[in-house]
Each structure stands twice: as structure tokens, then as C-alpha cells.
Design a protein around this ligand. Structure first.
Ligand code: NAP
Length: 252
């Protein structure tokens, strides 16, 4: 297998929203792109077309990050295509149905934590094997997707979501210590209210219109504004940024 001369980024959940914007932003900056989606093949194909229009190359892999076997296949496919891995963007995540703590439910919590937390452990485990300078790799960068909800508690009846993102913060800080000797930088971004499809089941545009003006900057953010920060953390310009949780939340 020959290794591409361009750096390679693997983005989970790259078919829509912040993940898609990250694919396009990194492609514009000269990265090869591998990304996963779970079900929306049309959206994934649209992302591939957007990356190609930006002058890049994208590999779309159908892989449910809640399934460890899918994760292994995702990394194997990306490595087979590009021969190297330089950055992992652990982005895929779900909010889960609103649920009062009085109705705490095993299946509901397991779904949210498996997708938002366990998958991040398993993806980092795969990525670190490929990137570790102690295992023959070239080092690299990991960006975990947290949320401002980790520090302000999130929306009503969404403790499950806020807590899952709190776990991502702790995970990031711990990994920064563990993976530094392997030449791997680890950071997280904590977006606030961002205008993406994730809000569709929770009020959609009406929710964004209601909360947007209460943000100090007076509006919701865009996926592209988050993607720019992710790209900075993924690339060489942030070479001394490590173990940091970066808020991209308009002051909220
Ligand atoms: P989105 O528009 O709903 O997009 C979610 C993406 O993740 C899609 O590409 C989707 O694939 C993929 N995905 C979902 N479940 C998956 C699974 N089990 N396996 C693989 N891929 C999966 O979401 P977004 O707003 O861009 O959010 C991305 C991340 O940012 C999430 O972790 C979210 O918690 C975080 N975040 C978002 C906001 C916000 O306001 N938007 C704020 C803070 C943090 P399909 O297209 O196939 O469904």
C-alpha cells in the first residue's frame, strides 16, 4: 500500500451538519477525507460532491459508531484508501429523546452513551494504534466533539445529553495525558447553539429562532464556524494546543 502525500482526516458523522462542514473545510486546506454516516446515503453522496468541488477527495463509509465492528471497518477502509491517518474528528452524536429523570430508561441511556461516549473511546483506540509514534506511526491529532451543554446543563429533560458531553470533556483531558508520549495531541470543541439538522426533533428552526437572540452574539452559530476551529485544532497551526476544551458558543 502506498501512502498519500496529503494528510488524512477521518470524521465520524460527516454526512450532515458540523461533520459535513468539517469535511469541506479540511479538504480546502489540503486534507484527504474519510468520513462515516449511519443511514443517510444521499446526504453522504452530497458531502462527497462538496469535497470534490473543493478540490479534495472523500471516502464515505456507512458505519454505525455505536457498533464496534463497524468502527473497525471504518478505520480499515480509510487506511486502505489513503495509507495514513493524521487526524480523527470524533464528531458523530445524538441528542436522544427528551426524558425526565423520573422516567430514566436503560435503553434510552444506553443508546445515547453508546453513540456519544463509548464510540469515542473505540474510535480513539483505533486511531491511536495507527498514529502512535511508539508503534511506528507519525503522530497526529484528535478532536472530540463536546458541547456547551457539558458546562451549562443543556435543555430541559436532556440531562442524558449534557452528561454524555461532560464525559467527553473528562475523556479529552485524560487522553491528553495518556497520548502525549505517543505524539498525539487531543482537544475538544464545545459548540453552543449551532444551526444544523440535529435540532429537527426538538423544535427545529422555531427553537433556533427562539434561543438564537438570547446568545450574547445575538444568533445561532453556523456549522462552518465550528468547522474552522476543528480544522485549526486538527492541523499544525495548533501544535502547542493540547488538552484544551474550546468553546464555540457565541458567548453563551
Ligand atoms: P446532525 O446535523 O444531526 O448530523 C449528525 C451526523 O452524525 C450525521 O452525519 C449522521 O449521519 C451522523 N450520525 C448520527 N448517529 C450516528 C451513528 N450512530 N453512527 C455514525 N454516524 C452517526 O448533527 P450536528 O448538529 O452536526 O452535530 C454533530 C456533533 O456536534 C454531535 O456530536 C453534537 O452533539 C455536537 N453538537 C452540536 C450542536 C448543535 O447545536 N448543532 C451543539 C453542540 C454540540 P446520517 O446523516 O447518516 O444520519
Amino acid at each position: 500500500m502506498t501512502s498519500s502525500h496529503k494528510p488524512t482526516a477521518l470524521i465520524t458523522g460527516g454526512s450532515r451538519g458540523i461533520g459535513r462542514a468539517t469535511c469541506v473545510t479540511l479538504a480546502k486546506q489540503g486534507w484527504n477525507i474519510g468520513f462515516s454516516y449511519v443511514s443517510n446515503q444521499a446526504a453522504a453522496q452530497e458531502t462527497v460532491a462538496m469535497v470534490e468541488a473543493a478540490g479534495g477527495q472523500a471516502l464515505a463509509v456507512k458505519a454505525n459508531v455505536a457498533n464496534r465492528e463497524d468502527i473497525k471497518q471504518l478505520f480499515a477502509a480509510a487506511f486502505k484508501t489513503y495509507g495514513r491517518l493524521d487526524a480523527l474528528i470524533n464528531n458523530a452524536g445524538i441528542v436522544g429523546e427528551p426524558r425526565s429523570i423520573f422516567d430514566a430508561d436503560d435503553a434510552h441511556l444506553t443508546d445515547v452513551f453508546r453513540t456519544n461516549v463509548l464510540s469515542y473511546f473505540f474510535c480513539v483506540s483505533e486511531a491511536a494504534r495507527l498514529m502512535s509514534t511508539q508503534r511506528g506511526g507519525q503522530g497526529g491529532s484528535i478532536v472530540n466533539m463536546s458541547s456547551a451543554a457539558a458546562r451549562h446543563g443543556g435543555m430541559p429533560e436532556e440531562a442524558h445529553y449534557a452528561a454524555s458531553k461532560g464525559a467527553v470533556d473528562s475523556f479529552t483531558l485524560a487522553l491528553a495525558k495518556e497520548l502525549a508520549p505517543h505524539g498525539i495531541r487531543v482537544n475538544a470543541v464545545r459548540p453552543g447553539l449551532i444551526n444544523t439538522t440535529i435540532h429537527e426533533a426538538h423544535g427545529g428552526q422555531a427553537l433556533i429562532n427562539k434561543i438564537g437572540p438570547t446568545v450574547p452574539l445575538g444568533r445561532a452559530g453556523t456549522a462552518e464556524e465550528v468547522a474552522e476551529v476543528i480544522a485549526f485544532l486538527a492541523g499544525p497551526l495548533s501544535s502547542y494546543v493540547h488538552g484544551t476544551l474550546v468553546d464555540v458558543a457565541g458567548g453563551r
